[in-house]
Structure formats: C-alpha cells, structure tokens
Design a protein around this ligand. Sequence first.
Ligand code: ARG
Ligand code: ZN
Length: 421
Amino acid sequence: LRAVVLLLISVAVGLTVGELDHGYKGYHIYEVTPKTLEQSQLLHQLSLDGYDFIKEGRLLGHSSRVIVSPAQFERFVKLVKSEQIAYTLLNENLGASIDEELALLKLQRRMNPITGKGRLSTERYYTHEEILNYIDDLAVRYPSRVFVKTVGWSYERRALKTITITNGDQRKGKKLIFVDGGFHAREWISPAAVLYIIDQLVEQFEQNADLLKDYDWIILPVVNPDGYEHTQTGTLARMWRKTRQPYGACYGADPNRNFDFHWNEEGASSSACADTYAGPTAFSEPETIVVRDLMHSLSDRGVMYLTLHSYGNYLLYPWGWTSDLPDTWEDLDEVARTGAEAIENATGTVYTYGSSTNVLYIAAGASDDYGFYAGFNVSITMELSGAGSIGFNPPVTRIDEFVTETWIGIRAMAEKIIEKY
Ligand code: ARG
Ligand code: ZN
C-alpha cells in the first residue's frame, strides 16, 4: 500500500510539475503576413488575447511571428485559414529548440570561461555578473576615461551600474549620449551589442575619438538583470520578457510599458500575467525608476537616448503612444535614416525606420517616449537582427555579425547627432 501511495503521490506531483513546467513542448512558431488592414488588426487583437508575438510587423506585407501553444493551436489555425492570412510553420517544437540552445550555452560557458581580465569576446552570451565585472575592470584599467557607478538595485537586489565613457579631458557639462540594453529579458543580443559599443569606445578609443570629443557616453548595459538571469535558468524561462517582482500568482511588469507618460493608455495590458503588463502603477518597478532618474539627471546635456531591443530590424522614434508625430520629427527621421542607410550600405541588412506607432504598433509607457518627453533631443529604439529558432537566440556564431552591424548604425547616428547638435 505504501508503495502504491508513494507512486500515486509522485504521479500527481509529476503531473502538476509537468503542467507548470510545460517547457514549451510541442509549441509551434508561425510566421504570419497580413495583406489587408483587417488582417493586420485581427492579428494585433490576438496579441492582446494572450498570444505571444515574438515579432510584430504592422505594415502590410511585413511578417509577424507568434508562439502557438497546443491549447491555442486549433483556434489559431481555424482563424488564419478562415481569414485567409498567409502563414507558415517555422518551428514545430519550440521546447526542443530551447533545450538544445540552453545546453549549448552551458557548454560554451564551460569551454570558454573568462580567464583573468581583459576584453570580452563576441563568442558567447555573458551573465549579468560577468558584465558587471567587465565594466568594473575597465574602470580600473582606464581610470582617466572610464567611470562606473552603482545607480540602483533591481527587485532581486542586483546592482544596476552605469559606465560613463569619456576621452579623459575632464571637461564638465559636455553633451551626452545615453544608451541602455536588456530591458526585455529574452533579448540577449541587446546586452551583447552594448558590450560591443563599450569595447569600441574604450578599447578602440583611437578609432572612435571623434565620438568622444564633445560628448560623453553613459551606458546602462542591463536594465532588467533579474529577467535576464531568469532566462538563463531553464527552458520554460527562456522566453521571459518582464521584470521579476511578484504580482499575485504572476511575476513582473513589462518595463517598457511602465513609464509615466500616457501610462497604460494603449498597447499595454492591465493583467498581471500578460507579457505587456503595464504594472499596478507607473514606475512600480525599481528598474524603471532608475532609468527615469538617470534621464532626468542627464536631460539638460542629454542629446540622444538610445535603447536596444530585439528583434525586427527597426529604428523607431517617438511617438509610441499616438500616431501623431512630434514637431521635430524630421530631425528624428534624419537621424534614424542615417543609421538605416549606413547599415544597409555596409551589410545589406534593411532597417525600417519611422515613428513607433506608425511602423510598428501603438504602445504607451515605453522608455523612448519618456526620454524624449524628459528632454533628450533624439530618442531611438533600435530593434536589432534576430536569428535562431525563435529569433531571440542568434547562435553564438552570429553574435559578432549582429553586434558589428548594430555598431555601424549607432556610429553613423552618433556622427549625425554630433554634427547637428
Ligand atoms: N518592441 C518594443 C516594445 O514593445 C517597441 C517599443 C517601441 N516604442 C514605443 N514607444 N512603442 O517594447
Ligand atoms: Zn524589447
């Protein structure tokens, strides 16, 4: 009897654990391409109904990608068929793809540990701790040009540190470019690109001295370290987007819907379990408070705010809360176009540029709108390249290609900024 009871208990536990930790087994990814406005609106509605759109294209003919769970599968296929929306199956078992990728990540960490101090390669993804150690080390090695400061703490008490990069001339009140990454946990290429920017400005200083002559750069590599670390813990967690503060039975707010500027008006969810949860109030997350306070403390000399996300190859400028354009939209457009053209000329990768609402979708409470409102002349969200089975997981063999491509765009935009402001 005892054995039977134990068996029953373990089956019950196994079942609940299995249910909770579905591990994306049997989940599909579809690419859908709307051809009419109606189809595009219908797809957008799905994203508000709990479908996870890992890439959204709003313009007609631009493709979106959506994760479809076994439970959603029937309804989804029925809908796209009856609406005659073109769709293709990209991935038949998301769980298996993620398992493979995480196994690789572990292997790469073991084969390619950080030995001593020095540059970080683009050969793998790094932990938040490795990133902090790296910038701390830079400050020690380049004491006249690099300054690291703890500007706050994440919900789980990870340090949020900025690295300020100068040319060492100690001039006060220089103009400033503010860059951040890692807002969304699963977008691993974003912190990787930030590391490359830091490498260029610090270690490749001679080649980039023009970018630091009249400007300082301040960089916050990982805004949402709790989420970033969470995505490295297991298959189910790999697709995590939000912060990690608990809200009832669910976790986290979307940090990019949590800013107090038209907060929770459009394109955000009031449901704590949703991926685009705006939070119970604006600035409910310690991480967004840190970014807000940085923005206000820097805005009098801040010319450009740049936030790195993935993926989709977009250069987006305000507004994201309305389809109206700001008065200075032509300046914003010129900067974004400069970045897009530089990348396309160098690599052939096409970046679409325009206002967030007009080229992507309406979504209020994001950091780009807030930075612009707070006084930065130019504010840009860059959606980098995607690759791998889910797009958020470029194989490590392509990190270098993606971060160098990103830098080409950022460098061109910075040059334009320096010329214009
Ligand atoms: N993919 C980004 C997000 O959903 C885009 C943000 C664009 N900016 C905006 N204000 N809507 O957070
Ligand atoms: Zn993002």
